[in-house]
Design a binder for this molecule. Structure first.
Ligand code: ATP
Ligand code: MG
Length: 460
């Protein structure tokens, strides 16, 4: 009786300890606003259901709906095989070799349909640290739920009946704003160490508390991330940085000790005292853009995160006698070389970063045709935004940013007047003449210019 009253007050059903059976939550209990569900997602679930299959929204979409957040995409889980799914839709593509999923397209809208996965990780091939390499069996819905990462990510919503199926007390965790890994935490992190990063991302993004059992092994198990292929770590890092909560995520990573020694990028980003303000500003502006739905370029983001590392090296090369522009290219080579090895920075991102950095010394040249050439540079906007960040962080004089703002906005006469001004001395003065080091051979696409003239090295 007392239990019943408490349950009524808390609005929760009894905690489910049999994870092969779902607690079924009605619309009155889960209070999902059906208007937040995309009509294309409903088209997919109803088509599958009309053909006799089970079909539900699953994962992050259900979690967001329960939090009254409009989901950014909708994943669908079904007992139909990929072949059966494909036959039901005009534009459907089976993708993935390891575990096939189906992409169903309606115009630009893409929905991912996944067949319930089985729980066969005991027999699945693993690496020497216990990371599951392949497992691609289909299974029952309760098995699919067991394989998901967190209780709040393992709920299924049927738009037709407006019911939520909850196998792991996800609803209670949603109400208590708790992030809880499903199963034995150590085992789940070992199977897939990327979950260590996912905990942090969701905790920061949702402002949820990490359950003590889920939190405890994180610091100890952190080094396992080293065994994950760099491309996967990079994907997860990108999700983290583009989550709209990048700053909070990085703070959380630091709190959990996850940045130390294992993610080279983060080591650099969080440990550089001079760069901290710069990174903070860059991430705050990225978060702002994400929240406003504006595009964010990964190249700009990584150029910001690694700028102070590049800057330090740039200064060192200049002190050794290099002229500013070639010195900057050497610095970029060094930074990109380490990061591309360890973080699988894609080539396109690396080349965008190089472009943005290479423009920086060219902003110092405020005479003759040089500033006009800069206006035509395909990355002018990114380079200029980057310059403003440098000004805002106190790295360089605000006057330079203000001059460029005025030059960009000015008409012909105003521009000429600006060019006629005697520029204030900047802190990037010409390098001292010393015998030059030979340029080391590297994969750089930098121009071979050895003076401070504007070159085409930063253009594509
Ligand atoms: P977001 O809103 O950030 O996309 P999400 O929960 O949808 O969050 P996804 O990476 O899109 O995250 O994954 C979709 C779902 O797949 C998750 O909700 C979870 O159920 C499952 N999932 C994803 N990655 C893993 C993983 N590494 N281990 C177990 N389950 C996972
Ligand atoms: Mg998702």
């Amino acid at each position: 009786m007392i239990k019943k009253i408490i349950r009524r007050i808390l609005g929760t059903k009894q905690q489910n300890s049999d994870h092969t059976k779902a607690v079924v939550l009605s619309a009155k209990e889960h209070r999902i606003n059906p208007k937040l569900v995309s009509s294309n997602a409903i088209r997919v679930t109803s088509t599958l259901q009309d053909a006799g299959f089970k079909a539900f929204l699953v994962g992050g979409a259900v979690r967001d709906l329960l939090l009254d957040i409009k989901p950014k995409d909708f994943d669908i889980a079904t007992n139909a095989t990929p072949e059966q799914v494909k036959k039901l839709f005009r534009r459907a593509f089976i993708i993935g070799r390891r575990f096939q999923i189906v992409h169903v397209m309606f115009g630009q809208d893409l929905l991912e349909v996944t067949t319930f996965r089985g729980t066969s990780t005991d027999d699945a091939p693993k690496d020497e640290h216990g990371r599951v390499l392949r497992d691609n069996t289909f299974g029952e819905q309760h098995e699919d739920a067991l394989r998901r990462d967190f209780s709040i990510n393992a709920m299924y919503y049927d738009p037709a009946t407006q019911t939520v199926l909850d196998y792991h007390n996800g609803m209670t965790d949603i109400r208590n704003r708790t992030l809880r890994i499903i199963g034995v935490p150590e085992a789940r992190y070992r199977e897939d160490p990327v979950r260590l990063l996912r905990v942090v991302r969701f905790a920061a993004k949702l402002n949820f508390t990490i359950a003590p059992d889920t939190r405890a092994p994180i610091a100890v198990m952190a080094p396992l991330i080293n065994n994950v292929p760099a491309a996967r770590v990079f994907d997860e890092m990108l999700k983290l940085l583009l989550s709209g909560h990048a700053l909070a995520c990085l703070q959380e990573l630091r709190k959990e000790g996850l940045h130390h020694g294992l993610l080279p990028l983060l080591d650099v980003v969080l440990e550089q005292p001079l760069g901290e303000k710069f990174v903070r500003l860059a991430l705050a502006s990225t978060d702002e853009r994400v929240k406003l739905g504006k595009p964010v370029s990964p190249g700009f983001l990584f150029a910001s995160l690694l700028w102070h590392q590049a800057l330090e090296k740039w200064k060192a090369y200049q002190a050794a006698g290099e002229y500013p522009i070639p010195a900057l290219h050497l610095a970029a080579d060094d930074v990109l070389h380490t990061q591309t090895d360890q973080l699988a920075l894609q080539r396109k991102i690396a080349s965008d970063m190089r472009d943005i950095w290479a423009m920086q010394p060219r902003f110092e040249r405020r005479v003759g045709k040089s500033p006009y050439k800069m206006l035509e540079h395909p990355r002018m906007r990114a380079g200029y935004d980057f310059l403003l960040l440098r000004c805002a962080s106190g790295e360089i004089d605000a006057e330079l940013g203000e001059w460029w703002t005025a030059f960009m906005e000015g008409d012909g006469d105003e521009r000429e007047a600006l060019l006629a001004q005697k520029p204030a001395p900047t802190n990037q003065g010409p390098a001292k003449k010393r015998p030059r080091r030979r340029r080391k051979a590297s994969g750089s696409n930098a121009g071979g210019s050895d003076n401070n003239k504007p070159t085409s090295e930063s253009s594509e």
